[in-house]
Write a protein that binds this ligand. Structure first.
Ligand SMILES: [Fe+2]
Length: 215
């Protein structure tokens, strides 16, 4: 896919090194994440959305682990729970919630891996990682976020139709959403191949009863 240089970080090289060690740093558990939700006054609907995203990201991480892929599943889960940490603040006062959230996560946890999941959950600004690397933390969080509308598990089609209605007010925003959709479809194909499952099926995550395993 073509990369748009005006995506945040799109014209920068991949982040060098800061989160190369998957198991570096402290990982907040569910309780600690919930305390951060409280501290940053997250709206209830954003919490419900984050729980559902974490359920999918956790399932994907566990599926990857079963395939022998090196994944820090607790970090994936924490990152998914915290990916919209600054959403409420930005809805109230404006600002870029992915970037602000990432900076808050670094301040609170010192964990750059977890922060990257928040920073990059809207759009991955580079070409996609090859092979098993598609199961890296930020991609799992980004993809899980694209399979949740509010707090419901949905297909990419449903999610992006909703995004077009809510945010596609200008040609530029529609172009951005279309690119993100194309990217999410590419991620879905690659993950399905690596994980050996048709994860694009609308009911795939419901079938895994992911919701029952949420907070
Ligand atoms: Fe978000």
């Amino acid at each position: 896919m073509s990369l748009k240089p005006d995506y945040p970080f799109g014209n920068l090289p991949r982040f060098p090194g800061i989160a190369d060690d998957l198991f570096a740093g402290r990982v907040p558990d569910d309780d600690a994440c919930r305390k951060l939700w409280d501290k940053y006054d997250m709206f209830d609907n954003v919490r419900a959305h984050s729980r559902a995203v974490a359920a999918i990201a956790w399932d994907l991480a566990k599926m990857g682990e079963k395939k022998g892929i090196r994944i820090n599943s607790p970090a994936v889960r924490a990152s998914a729970l915290l990916h919209d940490l600054a959403k409420t603040y930005c809805l109230k006062y404006a600002g870029a919630h992915a970037m602000l959230g990432a900076s808050w996560i670094i301040r609170e946890t010192g964990n750059y891996n977890i922060a990257q999941g928040a920073l990059l959950h809207v759009h991955w600004p580079w070409s996609l990682p090859e092979g098993e690397a598609i199961c890296c933390l930020p991609i799992l969080v980004l993809y899980a976020d694209k399979r949740v509308m509010h707090d419901s598990f949905v297909s990419l089609d449903e999610r992006f139709e909703d995004l077009f209605v809510r945010y596609g007010h200008t040609a530029k925003s529609r172009e951005g959403i279309a690119l993100s959709r194309e990217q999410a479809e590419d991620i879905e194909k690659r993950l399905s191949l690596i994980l050996g499952a048709n994860i694009g099926d609308k009911n795939f995550f419901n079938n895994l009863a992911a919701r029952e395993r949420t907070l």
